[in-house]
Ligand binder design. Structure first.
Ligand code: ATP
Ligand code: FE2
Length: 331
């Protein structure tokens, strides 16, 4: 079985092709990169509609197959930016209608999890999903990816990027903050906000901006990381103790941070769980993760009607994970 997947939730138009052995046959991506400031949804969607067909063609060429060889067309149906989601959905619907192929609408966050499980050969992890926009602690329980804790305001990556912007570090600020933090020597107390199993970062952001008026910027970077990562570790640890999973999977761009990995490894090993980090190539938005999740869903009998609307606010815990009985190849 071969599935073609289209990712278009924000800045990336990605087309991936996979087979049912978990083999990646094609991985093509283009990215909208605004010169300054954040993503402009309309500009990103414009790029996708102008160049999307070429990316689909390049993926088919890379896989050395024709569209006739594809068994199903998967696409990211949400969450994401409306104009971008709509552009990918139109491409997917067109292919499905023209070539008479089944269509599978995939939840983008779940795709981040499934690709992490595939490439890491992991069965049933506690997932710590830390990207620009998302901060969620997730585990499969009773047929759904349940959210055990999440941010109540901004995502962890946004916290780092927003503070970076204030102190003159360009987007994405995470990697530079990680370097700067290594030079920090003094810990500056900053607000630590955990509410039950949820997190809030906006008070920390405001205090960290103020702290730069009085303190060395490296000390603030170091303290900001220590406080934010400790908050994530606390809620992740509570979920791990509760679910007793044997594996912790870090996904999303912030997972690249070595200090975060170290804190999470200590936390996981304290509960006899191993830590896995999704390689950056698969952690960034891509079409392979949509294709692979679409394949799992299609194999379990799920298809999406051509008329299905996109779902910009689609939540991780709204999907029945009926494909979970299938084993990850080689896991
Ligand atoms: P999603 O749509 O899944 O929410 P996204 O586009 O918001 O994804 P990602 O691409 O997964 O986010 O991650 C980008 C974030 O990762 C940025 O906020 C960036 O600063 C952060 N980041 C990247 N590298 C590091 C690092 N080494 N340390 C900390 N943060 C990092
Ligand atoms: Fe993403």
């Amino acid at each position: 079985m071969i599935v073609l997947g289209i990712e278009s939730t924000a800045h990336t138009f990605g087309v991936g092709i996979v087979d049912d052995n978990g083999r990646i046959l094609a991985d093509q991506r283009i990215q909208h990169r605004p010169k300054e400031g954040g993503i402009r949804p309309r500009d990103s969607a414009q790029m996708m509609s102008e160049r999307g067909a070429d990316v689909i063609k390049a993926a088919l060429d890379e896989a050395k197959i024709s569209i006739q060889d594809v068994n199903a067309i998967a696409y990211a149906i949400g969450p994401g930016l409306g104009p971008c989601l709509r552009t990918g959905a139109i491409a997917a619907r067109f292919l499905a209608a023209k070539y008479n192929k089944p269509l599978v609408g995939v939840n983008h966050c779940i795709a981040h999890i499934e690709i992490g499980k595939l490439v890491g050969k992991i069965r049933d992890p506690l997932v710590v999903y830390l990207s620009g926009a998302n901060t969620q602690i997730i585990a499969l329980a009773n047929g759904r990816y349940r959210i055990f804790g999440e941010t109540l305001d901004i995502g962890l990556g946004n916290l780092l990027d927003s503070w970076g912007r204030k102190v003159g570090i360009p987007f994405p600020a995470g990697p530079k903050i990680e370097e700067l933090a290594k030079q920090g020597k003094k810990f500056i107390p900053l607000p630590y906000t955990v509410k039950g199993s949820d997190l809030a970062f906006s008070g920390l952001y405001t205090a960290a901006v103020r702290a730069t008026e009085k303190h060395d910027i490296a000390d603030v970077a170091y303290s900001l990381q220590e406080v934010a990562f400790s908050m994530v570790a606390e809620v992740a640890e509570r979920a791990l103790a509760h679910t007793e999973k044997g594996e912790v999977l870090l996904v999303g761009g912030v997972a690249a941070n070595k200090r975060l990995q170290k804190i999470m490894r200590i936390m996981a090993e304290g509960h006899n769980a191993s830590l896995h980090v999704v390689p950056m190539k698969y952690a960034a938005d891509n079409g392979i993760m949509i294709a692979w999740t679409g394949l799992l869903m299609y194999r379990a009998g799920i298809t999406t009607p051509l008329s299905a609307p996109i779902n910009p606010k689609f939540r991780t815990d709204q999907v029945d994970v009926v494909w979970a009985d299938y084993e990850t190849p080689d896991a």
